[in-house]
Each structure stands twice: as C-alpha cells, then as structure tokens.
Design a protein around this ligand. Structure first.
Ligand SMILES: [Cu+2]
Length: 156
C-alpha cells in the first residue's frame, strides 16, 4: 500500500521533469524594475581594453545608465558611430545611455557598450566579470558578465 501512495506524486514529478522546458524570457521587465540579460565581456589581457555587452530591460519610467563600476578597470559608456569616410569610431556618452520606459536597450558589438579601459587583470575566457551599473534614478544593479570571445561575425 505504501508503494502505491508514493507512486502517484513521484510519477507526476517525473512527468513534469521530462516535459518541462526552460521558460522563455519574459518580453517585458517586471513593473518598476530594471533587469539585465545576457551580460558578457570580451576576453582580453591586462593592459588592454575590453568591453561589456548586455540587454537592459526596464519595466518602469525612463531611466538612464550614467556609469558603471568595475574592479580593476575604468569603465566608460560608449557608442559606436560611423564617422566621415565610413570609419567606425567610439565615443563616450556624456549624458549616459537612456533606457526607455517599458522598453529596452541593447549593448552589443558595433553599438552601445561599456568600455573597460586599462584592464589591471586578464579577462580569461570562461571567467566572470562583476559590474555595478548606476542609473540616474539612483538605482544600482550588480551584473555578472561571462567572459567570451567576440562572435566570429562581429570581429574584424
Ligand atoms: Cu568603446
């Protein structure tokens, strides 16, 4: 009898485990909150520059990423722009990076990024980098970026 009592919940749990798949990322951030997805930073060695990329989603009123803090590097918020002659150039965003209300902004190679100037330590492939994002509203967010290579189709 005990066996039978146990078997039902066990079967249910097994069925759930077998059919369950990862929930898709929600389209919008929870109300009033800022969330960060897919943070990664480019592998580099000490003395070089690197950059961190991510998607920032905002479930509240418009906010602005004004700065970032990283141990062992000087972060700057940059955008990549096409200069005269078709050359791609990076420049700091003096007023920060706007994150629209109930929207998102992507930081990616060839676009917005958090430049990591003057690395004091290696960013080793497969490792992690901790960043603190600071927003105009006063919100801060701790982000862990995975150290990865630049995707093949993005590198020159
Ligand atoms: Cu840059």
């Amino acid at each position: 009898m005990m066996k039978k009592l146990w078997s039902l919940p066990l079967m249910a749990a097994l069925a759930l485990a077998l059919t369950g798949c990862p929930a898709p990322a929600p389209a919008a951030a929870p109300a009033g909150q800022i969330v960060v997805d897919g943070a990664w930073a480019r592998a580099a060695t000490a003395g070089m520059n690197s950059a961190a990329y991510m998607v920032i989603r905002n479930g509240g009123a418009e906010d602005t990423l004004v700065s970032a803090q990283v141990e062992g590097a000087m972060p700057e918020i940059h955008e990549t722009v096409q200069a005269a002659g078709g050359m791609m150039q990076m420049q700091p965003l003096a007023n920060g990076l706007k994150v629209p209300a109930n929207g998102s902004v992507s930081l990616q190679p060839g676009g917005y990024h958090i430049m990591l100037m003057g690395l004091k330590q290696d960013l080793k492939l497969g490792g992690e980098l901790k960043l603190k994002l600071v927003f105009k509203s006063g919100k801060t967010m701790d982000v862990t970026a995975k150290i990865q290579e630049m995707p093949m189709n993005m590198s020159k």
